[in-house]
Design a protein around this ligand. Structure first.
Ligand code: NAP
Length: 248
């Protein structure tokens, strides 16, 4: 591998925001490790073909971010194979929405396991080698829900608020080692996650957005690209909102 190439691991890269980030970062200077967890690999394979068409080298990595042992062994293998991981984008996430009164324990556990523990699992797996290399960029995809709260999303909002606390804590731990850790808090972005919402809920969201429109995954990807670029070297521990003004 070319020493100038950057090795980027993106969790949940098969579709939506993760796929958009992969495409945004794709180029001859990048190796893209594309994680996903759907046993049907068609979407991840499509993302791989699309980043390769833009000149990047890539690989699909099938594992659940929620599985501590699996994450350690897979990321260990990737670091041995590619020499290092320079950039980690913790993007994988799910929703299991319901009012607290009706929320099932399994829906709480599943959302926390993927959204929050997944971020812990992947970050811990890369941090030692980033510290050794004295460089690294980590971007965690949180949500406006983790800051404002959202009725029907107690599990999701708690997981995203957890990501924000995690981001700031780890940023402080590794700041002096040349590693920056930041979070992005998207508002309402057009992906499969939001496509399932009833029209009335969509309209309620749109009313909360001063800019009067939803966001596109590519707009989040532009921000992620900035946060993993040299231009952001003096930024760490921040939560950058991208929500058309939904949160100010
Ligand atoms: P999406 O279209 O539903 O994509 C979710 C991605 O996560 C998929 O690639 C999926 O891959 C992956 N994933 C799910 N469970 C996984 C697991 N256990 N292990 C590894 N990967 C897993 O969602 P999105 O809208 O792009 O959301 C991406 C991130 O942005 C999430 O963290 C979400 O909470 C956050 N976010 C989204 C919005 C929004 O409005 N869309 C707003 C704020 C924050 P497989 O299908 O292959 O499993």
């Amino acid at each position: 591998m070319n020493e100038d190439q950057r090795v980027v691991l993106i969790t949940g890269a098969s579709r939506g925001i993760g796929r958009a980030i992969a495409l945004q970062l794709a180029g001859s200077e990048t190796v893209l490790l594309l994680n996903h967890y759907d046993p049907e690999p068609a979407m991840a394979e499509q993302t791989l073909r699309d980043v390769e068409a833009k000149g990047a080298r890539g690989k699909i990595c099938f594992f659940s971010v929620a599985d501590f042992q699996e994450v350690q062994s897979q990321i260990d293998g990737l670091q041995k194979e590619w020499g290092r991981i320079d950039v980690l984008i913790n993007n994988a996430g799910i929703t299991k929405d319901s009012l607290l009164m009706r929320m099932k324990e399994e829906d709480w556990d599943r959302v926390m396991g993927i959204n929050l523990k997944g971020v812990f699992n992947c970050t811990q797996a890369v941090i030692r080698s980033m510290i050794r290399n004295k460089s690294g960029k980590i971007v965690n995809i949180a949500s406006v829900s983790g800051v404002m709260g959202n009725a029907g999303q107690a599990n999701y909002a708690a997981s995203k608020a957890g990501i924000i606390g995690f981001t700031k804590s780890v940023a402080k731990e590794v700041a002096a080692r040349g590693i920056q850790v930041n979070a992005i808090a998207p508002g309402f972005i057009e992906t499969e996650m939001t496509a399932v919402l009833p029209e009335q809920v969509r309209q309620e969201f749109l009313r909360l957005i001063p800019m009067g429109r939803s966001g596109q995954p590519e707009e989040v990807a532009e921000l992620a690209a900035f946060l993993v670029s040299k231009a952001s070297d003096y930024i760490t521990g921040q939560v950058i909102h991208i929500s058309g003004g939904m949160y100010m």
